[in-house]
Write a protein that binds this ligand. Structure first.
Ligand SMILES: Cc1cc2nc3c(=O)[nH]c(=O)nc-3n(C[C@H](O)[C@H](O)[C@H](O)COP(=O)(O)OP(=O)(O)OC[C@H]3O[C@@H](n4cnc5c(N)ncnc54)[C@H](O)[C@@H]3O)c2cc1C
Length: 420
């Protein structure tokens, strides 16, 4: 392909930058438009850093409607939808409820597996290119279960499904789990170990990726917001930005939880909610873990990142609301101490909670592929809890779509017009 073909990436989060990487690698002239400054925070920086093929069950899993309704009555629950009269939220909630079926999980799980395994494979390649400057650790993930019922549920649910799809999982009792992580006391009934999972330090990955992109001559328009579009027939000719119009042959929508807002005026329906999550990073933990963990019943992630230790969780569907809700942060701290009793409240004293907005589609599946309405607009958004894991494979798939190749993962369930 000649260098004359140009692509504009709308949004410079981890997904946008990965799209830029694979398109530039294929010879496209790439420009990334990002409204924040270079090096500013984005959703991935404070994430849990899992690269997680074990996450084969979509967020809209069977039983989530009832669980969600129960959780909504508690300010400390891991999942919360703030009730508000907003037609987009109501439609999203209806589509979400409609997706919470065993049939949807059965269809979605093999695709999620392929996306996550693809992401993991490509992170290993990135680690090779960067001398593993972002601390990729292929140590697996332990899903700790506090109760026997929790362990039973996990063994018959996620573990069985993952094994059936070829993603290895091992059910362990409390003693066997302790052998995996001997430096830490665990107060649990048992666990499920996913040896194929990995984790990394997202704050180190993003600058490394930027370095690679600069070497590949990717252009950046920082502090430039997309405000509208210029179209001709069924094509977009330019993005109208705060820094003027930017023309290109192809446009990639990678605006995370703001993606539907960015497409205003394009006659596109892209149901999306911001799923706020918090994390707390202990800079110098008194003891360190070797593997990432999930505190299963509380939905809290624990990840060693270099010398640091990060705890993250909660999914709050409350719009782009930048208030920090102390009860939700406290829920993360309490959960840490519930499973890992050596932690004390003092370990978390003075830590500034970080928050980010996950881009959440109603069926727990990302939007990847071309829009029907505009033939040169391609979606790369809506990855919810798996945006880091899936960012590289999303970039690769976008490059395959734009290059006219057969996508390496089946995109049937991921089309951006599926709720139109
Ligand atoms: C607490 C927490 C823990 C997580 N843990 C994990 C994990 O362990 N593993 C995992 O795989 N995922 C995890 N995630 C999810 C993951 O972080 C996200 O899915 C991912 O970062 C989304 O990336 P993105 O590029 O799609 O969106 P974003 O990072 O939100 O990027 C979108 C970009 O678009 C820009 N933008 C918006 N509007 C405009 C505009 N008008 N013009 C120009 N630019 C615009 C924004 O400024 C932003 O930089 C976690 C998330 C949270 C909150």
């Amino acid at each position: 392909m000649s260098k004359t073909k140009s692509a504009v990436i709308c949004g410079g989060g981890v997904v946008g930058l990965c799209c830029a990487y694979y398109l530039a690698r294929d010879g496209w002239a790439v420009t990334v438009i990002e409204r924040s400054a270079e090096g500013a925070d984005s959703c991935v920086q404070g994430s849990a850093g899992y690269v997680s093929p074990s996450h084969v069950i979509p967020l809209s899993a069977t039983g989530m409607v009832w669980k969600g309704l129960k959780w909504m009555t508690s300010a400390r629950s891991p999942f919360y939808i703030k009730p508000r009269l907003d037609s987009e939220l109501l439609r999203w909630a209806w589509l979400f409820a409609r997706s919470c079926t065993p049939e949807h999980t059965a269809r979605a799980a093999p695709i999620l597996r392929d996306l996550c395994l693809g992401g993991r494979r490509l992170f290993v390649e990135f680690a090779g290119i960067t001398n593993n400057a972002f601390e990729l650790k292929q140590e697996g993930l332990i899903a700790l279960c506090k109760t026997a019922e929790g362990l039973e549920h996990e063994s018959h649910g996620l573990a069985a499904l993952a094994n059936g799809l070829g993603v290895k999982s091992v059910v362990l009792d409390a003693r066997e789990t302790a052998e995996l992580e001997p430096g830490t006391r665990l107060d649990i009934a048992g666990s499920v170990y996913f040896p194929g999972d990995a984790h990394l330090s997202p704050r180190k990955f993003m600058p490394e990726l930027l370095k690679l992109l600069r070497r590949m001559n990717v252009a950046f328009k920082w502090e430039t917001a997309i405000e509208g579009w210029r179209t001709a027939g069924n094509k977009i000719t330019a993005a109208i930005t705060t820094g003027g119009e930017v023309a290109a042959d192809e446009f990639i929508l990678a605006g995370g939880s703001w993606s539907s807002r960015i497409t205003r005026g394009l006659d596109i329906r892209l149901p999306m909610q911001a799923g706020k999550g918090y994390s707390l990073t202990i800079e110098k933990p008194r003891f360190q873990l070797t593997k990432s963990m999930i505190l299963t019943e509380r939905r809290v992630a624990v990840t060693p990142m270099g010398d640091k230790l990060r705890f993250g969780g909660t999914m709050e569907i409350a719009g782009h609301d930048n208030r920090i809700r102390p009860q939700r942060v406290q829920q993360i701290i309490d959960s840490a101490r519930f499973y890992l009793p050596e932690f004390e409240a003092g370990d978390f004293a003075g830590i500034e909670p970080w928050y980010g907005y996950r881009p959440v589609s109603p069926d727990g599946m990302p939007y990847i592929g071309r829009f029907g309405r505009h033939s040169n607009l391609t979606a790369a958004c809506g990855h919810a809890m798996l945006g880091l894991t899936m960012a590289p494979i999303t970039g690769l798939l976008v490059s395959e779509v734009l290059g006219g190749q057969t996508p390496s993962v089946d995109l049937k369930l991921l089309g951006p017009d599926r709720f139109r």
